[in-house]
Design a binder for this molecule. Structure first.
Ligand code: 1GP
Length: 250
């Protein structure tokens, strides 16, 4: 099993202080701006592009992945909304289990369906624990996965889930408040988790400003993901501000 994309991301995060990742949602709403946003991610100095979303509202998803991959000089990593979104254009997949939830389909069901296809496509696998927090608004992930998010005000519960993730052998822990969340995962929770686990922690969901992003890095996050904050026309400029804030060693 290849590990080169993940290893190079870890090396980059160590060198730059943390890694900055741009999430591109390949749904129809973003069709016109895909290439421009890939270009913006390059110009901003982003370390990777995540591609995915919980729900696709048309059938052009696979074409859009190809467009992203054909234009990208940085790794394009699948952030899965479902096994139906798998395809050969990704450099790697976050092979994710929704460990904050208790829905067996998202703990092992989707993964079993996906595994032979991932093998056949030869995608690099990044075993990932996905911990969904209550970001103050009902997220699409919460609805689509049929799981309850973790409460924001219980770092003890969050730490227990993060430790379990590490002991289950996950290589990456994704702390997620949900795309467009009102509140991001609290810095204190990020700090508590990062103080207890030795695997890299990625934080996303509801991170609205570069300052928010830098605070998460100071709390111990190895990677920051933004989607909503960099969706609009000015995204090149905004992505650069996020990238500069996350890369604390530069
Ligand atoms: C969603 O964590 C990502 O899965 C990004 O969230 O769109 O709120 O930046 P935002």
């Amino acid at each position: 099993m290849s590990t080169s994309v993940f290893k190079s991301l870890i090396n980059t995060a160590e060198k730059r202080g943390a890694g900055y990742i741009v999430l591109l949602d390949p749904d129809r709403n973003h069709d016109h701006s895909l290439e421009a946003r890939v270009d913006s991610a390059h110009q901003a100095g982003a370390d990777a592009i995540f591609v995915g979303g919980s729900l696709m509202m048309d059938s052009k998803y696979h074409e859009r992945i190809k467009r992203i991959k054909n234009n990208s000089t940085i790794p394009v990593i699948f952030f899965p909304g479902g096994v139906n979104q798998l395809n050969e254009h990704f450099d790697a997949i976050l092979f994710t289990a929704v460990l904050s939830g208790r829905n067996p389909h998202y703990l092992i069901g989707e993964q079993v369906i996906a595994a032979p296809i991932v093998k056949d496509l030869g995608l690099e696998v990044i075993p990932t624990s996905y911990l969904l927090f209550d970001g103050g608004s009902h997220s699409t992930v919460e609805f689509m996965s049929g799981t309850r998010p973790l409460p924001m005000n219980r770092p003890d519960i969050a730490v227990a889930h993060a430790l379990a993730s590490e002991y289950l052998g996950k290589h990456l822990i994704y702390l997620e408040a949900g795309s467009g969340a009102k509140d991001s995962v609290p810095n204190e929770t990020v700090k508590s988790i990062c103080g207890q686990v030795s695997v890299p922690v990625l934080v996303g969901g509801g991170i609205k400003t570069p300052e928010d992003a830098r605070e998460k890095v100071k709390a111990g996050a190895s990677f920051i993901v933004t989607g909503t904050a960099v969706e609009d026309g000015e995204s090149s400029h905004v992505m650069k501000a996020f990238s500069d804030a996350v890369h604390v060693k530069e």
